[in-house]
Design a protein around this ligand. Sequence first.
Ligand code: ZN
Length: 70
Amino acid sequence: MNQENIWTNKGSKNNLKHLAFIENQHVCALCGSDIYIQVFELNLEDLSLTEQASCPSCKIKTRVKNHTLQ
Ligand SMILES: [Zn+2]
């Protein structure tokens, strides 16, 4: 399954806007369900945390994103 990387389209100049759109929506683009977002890792050494979003209906991981805390 390559659906994990569905949001990554490095050949598209509009991919950043696409990503922003998806994140603002917080819904699954495939089925329209609310996606489930969880923070599953907090790294105290560099103050970063990892966010994972998945769709409970499609059973796919829609994104994994690292955030650095200020
Ligand atoms: Zn879905």
